[in-house]
Write a protein that binds this ligand. Structure first.
Ligand code: ADP
Length: 163
């Protein structure tokens, strides 16, 4: 029986931290669905379609990974996909508190819901998409923190936004 998990997140943009979670997740699961959350209230830098494209490019056609997006509640998306296991990354204690609350709330909404946590490695514990966006906005070097295609598109995006 093949095991599938959903890896949900904003991925605005995909970072090497996210990629490490995907690669490590694939050691435990046969298939992953990377699901980009369409959360308009977060005023994203990249559109959902752009984020999906960046993820697909960085994964270079890995057939074990599906790249998708969802609106609304994660548990509704889980029901729709028929997948009730979710994988999330854990960095600091601050991630733990939020994830603990979220996992329990999701299980309340969907009793079959299960969250599996992958602890970040020493290389990426300080990497977040928010920090990457902030550094890129001020033309800082994020080349070691994101895959090469994201680095290129980030530069273009920031340049197109400058007055
Ligand atoms: P952000 O990267 O800004 O924290 P996301 O919503 O894109 O936000 O994150 C999606 C998931 O990936 C979350 O579970 C988050 O904890 C995890 N994640 C993000 N960056 C890392 C990292 N560097 N190491 C481990 N997990 C991470």
């Amino acid at each position: 029986m093949s095991r599938t998990a959903i890896y949900p997140g904003s991925f605005d943009p995909l970072t090497n931290g996210h990629l490490a979670i995907i690669q490590r997740g694939l050691k435990v699961f046969d298939r992953l669905v990377v699901a980009v959350a369409n959360n308009v209230s977060k005023r994203p830098l990249f559109s959902v379609e752009e984020r999906k494209q960046l993820i697909a490019q960085a994964l270079d056609g890995d057939s074990r990974v599906e790249v998708d997006s969802f609106d609304g509640l994660l548990v509704d998306y889980c029901r729709k996909k028929g997948v009730t296991t979710v994988i999330r990354g854990l960095r600091a204690m601050s991630d733990f508190e939020y994830e603990f609350q979220l996992a329990n709330m999701n299980r309340k909404l969907l009793p079959e819901f299960e969250a599996v946590f992958v602890m970040t490695g020493e290389d990426y514990f300080y990497v977040s998409a928010r920090l990457v966006r902030e550094i890129a906005q001020f033309h800082g070097d994020v080349s070691g923190l994101v895959p090469p295609n994201v680095d290129i598109e980030l530069r273009k995006k920031i340049a197109s936004r400058q007055p």
